[in-house]
Write a protein that binds this ligand. Structure first.
Ligand code: WTA
Length: 648
């Protein structure tokens, strides 16, 4: 693997809080020398109904069991345990797309969670049953998760931008009994018909017995009286001060399933357990950002993704801090919506994506300068590699060259941060574009393709050599795929699927996916899912999808397709195919370009040569074509793409 031209000569950015890093080094050393002792101590930070017998049971690798024998309930740790000390503290400030504001104190949240838990019980939900959630970011979303956790149910949130087909697939895979959804949601002031999507999904989801519908938009919708129940009326019918005892759960019981894209067409049901995840969520947020009682924490992620699960629900509530939740779009009704919100609510920590940063760079500083952002004290990013330009802009324009940028590398599977600067322990000097060091107890390494540690400064595969409390337990009902996907390449080593470089100071630079997974505006999408969506259209016989660099979104999907005989390339067909992909997966999967060709470059054994398609996209030399079955395919693809680009 070749040397990369990363900006290693980037000067360290010196800001006030930065120290020698000795304290962090010591903490890391301690955690790696005696991981079990380390976690035995750290796990005391949350409440347990019964303490664990064993910190880590690794007798059946890679199915690690953290805090075996421990009994707890995460809804207790996020709610009940705060009631004595911070009953009237605001847990959530919620701002809706249309500007409405609602707040929930810890006590109010606790009360509503108890009521919903009661309803779940009345509908026959038992420990281990699955509850599916298809909601925009409204307070009822975290309330549903906490109520599910309270009664011992496993929640599965389906991002509200996903299609009915994607929703149905996920519900069927985990055989959910209840669906919680809304009449609609708002997007740029317009109603999105999510109940209609849900109804379409429900035609093919026999496991669902009840549908709880939150009234969000208030527009007329169809209600199926045998199945659908309005959330508000049902909650209001429950007696005030209802208390549902939190179900005593084993630390190793599952808490949630979150579907995420992999390298096949079928999304993976990532399963997280309760104890390890709770401990990991608590410590990772504390270590990275060190939020206190005075902070207003704003993680801009949708709760439909892992970032929202961990850092909008379980971590901040476990720490008992105040979070801002936002339903909507960053540039609605104007391009200063976020800055106005920071000023309005006194946000102190802003945690967002590099895509958002690049978008604001494009909008221009005039939108920012209109607002007083002096409450901010620290910034963070997640979801995709941050390019040094965006990092520096964020640092300079928003951070006023005083605030640390906490670039957090992690995955749905890891449950929480894995590589990030840790302002809560000891903030090391930052380099724009590097997430610095692995967290305590994260034994990360970069390997070359032979499974040896890669040379310093050389690109390789990021792997994790030992288990950590927040790691996924398995893939729902698919332990074989779990083993294969994450521990199949190198035995007993967790394969992240990411490229990385470790530089001579031991800093990690995360370079994006090494597999057929895209990060489009920070959203994770499998190219194979897009290809399956395309070939499910009657006009498409073959498809190859890949990522193309994009100045704002990081990358966007581009599709090369071959039409079936009887179909001709046309603008109408292109639009129709885009619509088809949006309907099959959801708007986030919208292909940026669809290139219709007669033939794809293939090897003699019929494998599509993606390397060539990628070269065509970026205009780099094609390289060796001698292994192709028909080299003329290359010229045709190139000519078609160039003609298309000229037109646009
Ligand atoms: C990418 C999101 C570079 C990476 C939390 C990973 C990042 C994938 C970063 C997981 C970062 C996430 N720098 N790349 N700070 N954070 N990634 O499951 O490719 O949606 O494998 O989890 O996002 O995406 P997922």
């Amino acid at each position: 693997m070749s040397e990369t031209n990363l900006p290693f000569d980037e000067k360290f950015v010196i800001i006030k809080q930065i120290s020698s890093g000795e304290k962090l080094k010591k903490e890391i050393e301690r955690s790696l020398t005696n991981p079990q002792g380390f976690w035995d101590e750290k796990a005391e930070a949350i409440d347990w109904f019964k303490k664990w017998d064993k910190v880590l049971d690794d007798s059946n690798k890679p199915f690690y069991k953290w805090f075996k024998g421990g009994i707890l309930n995460i809804s207790y740790n996020t709610l009940d345990r705060h009631i004595k000390t911070r009953k009237d503290k605001i847990a959530y400030i919620w701002e809706g797309e249309m500007g409405e504001i609602k707040t929930y104190t810890y006590y109010q949240l606790y009360q509503e969670v108890n009521k919903l838990a009661k309803i779940f019980k009345e509908y026959g939900i038992e420990k281990g049953d699955r509850i599916a959630v298809y909601l925009p970011v409204i307070p009822e979303l975290p309330i549903t998760l906490l109520a599910a956790a309270r009664v011992g149910a496993i929640h599965t949130v389906v991002f509200s931008g996903f299609s009915s087909e994607a929703l149905a697939d996920r519900i069927n895979d985990c055989e959910a009994k209840i669906l919680v959804t809304a009449d609609g949601s708002f997007r740029r002031g317009k109603i999105v018909e999510i109940k209609k999507n849900a109804d379409r999904a429900l035609e093919t989801t026999p496991s669902i017995q009840k549908v709880i519908v939150v009234k969000r938009t208030g527009h007329e919708i169809e209600i199926n009286s045998n199945r659908d129940i309005w959330y508000k009326e049902t909650i209001e019918a429950v007696e005030e001060k209802t208390y549902v005892p939190p179900e005593p759960m084993a630390a190793t019981d599952p808490l949630f399933i979150l579907y995420t894209s992999g390298t096949t067409g079928k999304p993976k049901g990532v399963q997280h357990g309760i104890g390890g995840y709770n401990v990991w969520a608590y410590w990772t947020l504390k270590w990275a950002f060190n939020p206190t009682d005075q902070d207003i924490w704003w993680c801009t992620a949708d709760i439909g993704w892992i970032t929202g699960h961990t850092y909008n629900v379980y971590a901040p509530l476990s720490l008992g801090i105040t979070s801002l939740l936002f339903e909507g779009t960053p540039d609605f009704p104007a391009k200063d919506r976020w800055w106005a919100m920071i000023e309005r609510h006194g946000v102190t920590i802003l945690y967002t994506t590099p895509t958002a940063v690049r978008m604001f760079m494009k909008f221009g500083e005039e939108w920012i300068n209109k607002h007083d952002l002096s409450t901010l004290r620290i910034l963070g990013t997640v979801g995709e590699p941050i390019n040094p330009e965006a990092w520096k802009w964020f640092f300079k324009v928003i951070g006023k060259e005083k605030m640390a940028i906490i670039d957090t590398w992690w995955q749905t599977e890891t449950g929480g941060y894995m590589i990030a600067p840790l302002s809560g322990i000891d903030l090391v000097p930052l380099k724009p574009g590097s997430a610095t060091y692995p967290l305590p107890s994260i034994n990360a390494e970069v390997y070359d393709d032979r499974g040896q540690p890669a040379k310093t400064g050389t690109k390789g595969f990021l792997i994790i050599k030992s288990p950590w409390p927040g790691m996924l337990q398995t893939l729902w009902k698919d332990p074989e795929r779990f083993k294969q996907t994450y521990f199949g390449r190198w035995e007993n080593l967790y394969y992240t699927g990411d490229y990385a470089v470790k530089d001579k100071e031991g800093y990690f630079w995360l370079l994006g996916r090494a597999d057929e997974v895209l990060k489009v505006a920070g959203h994770r999408l499998g190219t194979v899912e897009l290809e399956s969506a395309l070939v499910s259209h009657p006009s498409v016989s073959e498809a190859a999808v890949m990522g193309k660099e994009d100045a704002v979104k990081g990358e966007v999907p581009v599709a090369f397709i071959v039409l079936r005989s009887g179909y001709e390339p046309s603008e109408e067909l292109r639009i129709e195919l885009i619509k088809h992909v949006r309907a099959t997966i959801g708007p986030i999967a919208t292909p940026d370009e669809i290139i219709m060709v007669n033939k794809l470059p293939k090897t003699r054994s019929g494998k599509i040569v993606r390397r060539i398609l990628r070269a065509v996209l970026i205009g780099s030399p094609i390289g060796d074509t001698s292994t192709l079955e028909d080299a003329s395919a290359v010229d045709e693809v190139k000519a078609t793409y160039e003609k298309m680009k000229k037109k646009t």
